[in-house]
Ligand binder design. Structure first.
Ligand code: FDA
Length: 397
């Protein structure tokens, strides 16, 4: 005999748990199936163990998608303040780190416990270590063949996430299922991921591993203009830190990254002024308060560092300013899905209703969270999309 239920959610991650509790509170019988041995593994890992669970300043401009307008409706109807209300109702201690970014004060586990408690109160059943072999449409509803037998339900919500970090349970399940139902998938690629460097740059910057500095970064023109002023971190493999993770989502293989290493200064004008006022001063002295000397030495300006400014021509100063404020570096690639926080691309939003996340052509089939072609910038936006799209589907399924 098949297990009969109203709604099956595939994936007990952020979006799936939110959809399950929302549908459960509507009186729907909900079963969540996940192949992993634990629910919410990415929630537990997130934010360095403190889960950056939302961003109070989240707007549709913080998301990448082939259709930037798609996320507006869901994000509007379930805002960061709605999630914060839930967090506060459960007494989860939290703090605002960078502008708008809310983190747990204790541990990410507080967010997972809150969601699991809500699922329990809403009567949603969570079944782990279940392999889903097949999802077949019925005249009305769906039949699922699983390692736990056959399930039949009216609605299926796909919340199986993207391809990033396979060791945390990521799989291409959602994309394959969408293809099976004839839905279009936009090409996927890793996002919010560290850059790797070509061997000559790697050798040049290897000794800087661990060093961090505030930069303004973007894909070099004619690439996307979106610019981030955040720290960059040198690693043994290449370039990381928030600025580089952010830019990685906008970068395509072969493109160059442009970095302003002194985003708060106007280097050319400052150096002209300093040459007039203190001709014996050097570029190294000018940069001393802003950039680590070790980094400066590895840049092309290094031969100019300790020469008095009075010996610099205007052209020399222009070159130094250009290197410091438009430093160009061409990454070899990225670290890929192994360390990427998110997957860009996915289920084409033209296939889905922006109000309910339901597939337009397949009644009862929903896609939510990271499997959809909506990807947030760093800073709590990805969880906000998971919550908002989960609520949208949970209100309808
Ligand atoms: P999610 O990946 O959370 O869940 C998918 C679920 O589906 C998993 O439980 C998986 O086991 C299950 N599944 C997959 N394939 C299956 C199959 N074949 N059968 C059954 N089940 C299957 N975002 C943010 O806003 N703030 C932050 O602090 C962070 N930090 C962060 C750190 C790290 C290390 C990573 C990797 C990611 C983040 N993120 C983040 C991103 C965030 O974790 C991500 O956007 C959401 O978890 C996406 O939620 P979903 O529910 O869509 O997928």
């Amino acid at each position: 005999m098949p297990h009969k239920t109203d709604v099956i959610v595939i994936g007990a991650g952020a979006a799936g748990l939110m959809a399950a509790l929302t549908a459960g509170y509507r009186g729907r019988r909900v079963t969540v199936l996940d192949h992993a041995n634990k629910a919410g593994k990415k929630i537990l890992m997130s934010g360095g163990g403190r889960c950056n669970f939302t961003n109070l300043n989240s707007t549709p401009a913080n998301f990448l998608s082939d259709n930037p307008a798609f996320c507006i409706s869901a994000l509007k109807r379930y805002s960061p303040w709605d999630f914060l209300e839930l967090v506060e109702r459960h007494g989860v201690a939290h703090e605002e780190k960078a502008a708008g970014q809310l983190f747990c004060q204790g541990s990410s586990r507080d967010i997972l416990t809150m969601l699991m408690t809500e699922c329990e109160w809403a009567g949603a059943e969570i079944r782990l270590k279940v392999a889903i072999d097949e999802v077949q449409p019925l005249n009305q509803g769906f039949r699922l063949k699983t390692s736990e037998g056959i399930y039949e339900c009216a609605s299926v919500i796909i919340a199986s996430g993207g391809l990033s970090i396979p060791t945390l349970g990521a799989s291409g399940f959602g994309y394959n299922l969408a293809r099976q139902f004839g839905l279009n998938i936009l090409p996927t690629r890793p996002g919010l991921v560290p850059f790797t460097l070509h061997p000559h740059d790697k050798a040049r910057f290897e000794t800087l591993a661990g060093l961090s500095c505030e930069v303004q970064a973007r894909v070099a023109p004619p690439g996307p203009k979106t610019t981030f002023t955040e720290p960059m971190l040198f690693t043994h493999r290449g370039l990381s830190g928030p600025a580089m993770l952010q830019v990685s989502s906008y970068w395509q293989p072969g493109e160059t990254v442009s970095l302003n290493l002194l985003p708060l200064q106007s280097v050319q004008e400052d150096l002209y002024g300093l040459r007039r006022a203190s001709p014996q001063k050097t570029v190294a002295q000018y940069c001393a308060d802003h950039l680590p000397r070790r980094f400066l030495q590895s840049l092309a300006v290094s031969h100019d560092l300790d020469r008095p400014l009075q010996d610099h021509t205007n052209e020399d100063i222009e070159t130094v300013a250009g290197t410091l404020q438009q430093w160009l570096i061409k990454p070899a690639g990225t670290e890929g899905y192994r360390t990427a926080e998110v997957t860009l691309g996915g289920v084409d939003t033209t296939e889905l209703s922006s109000r309910t996340m339901a597939a337009r052509s397949i009644p009862g089939l929903f896609f939510i969270g990271e499997v959809v072609d909506v990807t947030g910038q760093l800073g709590g936006h990805n969880f906000q999309w998971a919550w908002a799209s989960g609520v949208a589907a949970g209100q309808e399924a």
